[in-house]
Design a protein around this ligand. Structure first.
Ligand SMILES: CCCCCCC/C=C/C(=O)SCCNC(=O)CCNC(=O)[C@H](O)C(C)(C)COP(=O)(O)OP(=O)(O)OC[C@H]1O[C@@H](n2cnc3c(N)ncnc32)[C@H](O)[C@@H]1OP(=O)(O)O
Ligand SMILES: NC(=O)C1=CN([C@@H]2O[C@H](COP(=O)(O)OP(=O)(O)OC[C@H]3O[C@@H](n4cnc5c(N)ncnc54)[C@H](OP(=O)(O)O)[C@@H]3O)[C@@H](O)[C@H]2O)C=CC1
Length: 271
């Protein structure tokens, strides 16, 4: 079992869904966690939860699009816990829209949160780690359409692809400081945010489910576990990588019609 005892991390979008599950997981592994998001209430709930379990957490409301607010969040984390060992870039905004109907502001909202927000946080946390001489790790939560593409999500897919390029570039550039950077690419994961943004009605939900060979949604704690693993020393030789956990969704569609297994099975007369 990996341990993060004594370490301190900042988790963006840490009040809900995958971010909240990740914050809880990191705290359970012994880390102190600063959770960042725009709304204070969900952040406070996660902090209360962590503290009930005997862990240490701090809520710091901030918009990741605002570099000054992100700098203040990193300062608050350092002031409270005395160190920063890394970051989880999890905050995101998303909605499904045909590209030809996406407004300039719709594009900007998503790209600003996902790509610029990730840069703002990565830069703020890494500069402090470099200054302190502390090695550590950064994990960004992306999506498989960063490399497959996916109709209706051009803003998010382009931004997540940018996060992959950022991760790979900095994995090399900051290796000399002992800073590892990796991504987790979850498949469809049961969270309120994604449910509202991506599968709001039963028909959409069924379509998404049908696209997953393992035939289920991931759970947020399942994804949080993988983030914890990548932050830990058990992944000490892993950098610039993407850990995909999508139930096989991105592996391609079958062209011989479902279910192949039944069609290929020997018939009674052939036995
Ligand atoms: C398909 C299965 C694959 C599974 C992989 C899934 C991978 C990724 C999943 C996720 O990312 S899930 C995370 C979902 N969570 C959230 O989205 C929560 C946060 N969301 C938000 O904050 C908003 O939704 C936001 C729009 C992204 C940003 O909010 P903000 O307050 O900054 O912006 P707004 O002023 O509300 O809007 C800005 C701009 O965007 C246009 N817009 C908003 N929603 C839609 C929509 N549904 N369709 C088209 N356009 C939309 C909005 O109209 C504004 O544009 P203008 O009108 O000003 O031109
Ligand atoms: N659920 C899924 O199926 C998948 C999710 N992902 C990725 O996982 C991550 C988490 O998604 P999920 O938990 O499902 O969704 P949520 O909607 O629960 O999480 C998004 C979080 O980001 C925060 N956030 C949004 N905008 C900002 C901002 N400008 N500044 C600071 N925080 C912000 C939100 O809090 P607040 O509104 O209070 O700011 C919220 O806590 C995202 O990166 C998403 O792209 C990837 C693949 C699949």
């Amino acid at each position: 079992m990996e341990s993060l005892a004594g370490r301190a991390y900042l988790v963006t979008g840490g009040g809900t869904g995958i971010g909240a599950a990740t914050a809880r997981r990191l705290a359970a592994l012994g880390a102190s966690v600063t959770v960042v998001g725009r709304r204070g209430e969900p952040l406070d709930a996660v902090v209360a939860d962590v503290e009930r379990q005997g862990g240490h957490a701090l809520a710091h409301p901030a918009d990741v699009r605002d570099p000054a607010a992100v700098e203040a969040a990193a300062d608050a984390a350092l002031a409270r816990f005395g160190r920063l060992d890394g970051l989880v870039n999890n905050a995101a905004g998303n909605f499904v829209a045909p590209a030809e109907r996406l407004s300039a502001n719709g594009w900007r909202a998503v790209v600003d949160i996902v790509l610029n927000g990730t840069w703002n946080c990565t830069s703020a946390v890494a500069r402090r780690m470099i200054e302190a001489g502390t090695p550590g790790a950064i994990v960004s939560v992306i999506a498989t359409y960063a490399w497959t593409g996916h109709p209706g999500t051009v803003h998010s897919a382009a931004a997540k692809a940018g996060v992959v390029a950022m991760t790979r570039t900095l994995a090399v550039e900051w290796a000399r400081y002992g800073i590892r950077l990796n991504c987790v690419a979850p498949g469809p994961t049961e969270t309120e945010g994604a449910g509202a943004a991506l599968w709001a009605d039963d028909a959409d939900r069924e379509r998404v489910l049908a696209s997953v060979p393992l035939n289920r949604f991931a759970s947020a704690p399942e994804v949080g576990d993988l983030v914890g693993l990548l932050l830990s020393d058990r992944a000490g030789y892993v950098t610039g990588s993407i850990l995909t956990a999508d139930g096989g969704q991105s592996l391609g569609t079958q062209i011989y019609g479902p279910p192949i297994a039944d069609a290929a099975a020997p018939t009674a007369s052939a036995q």
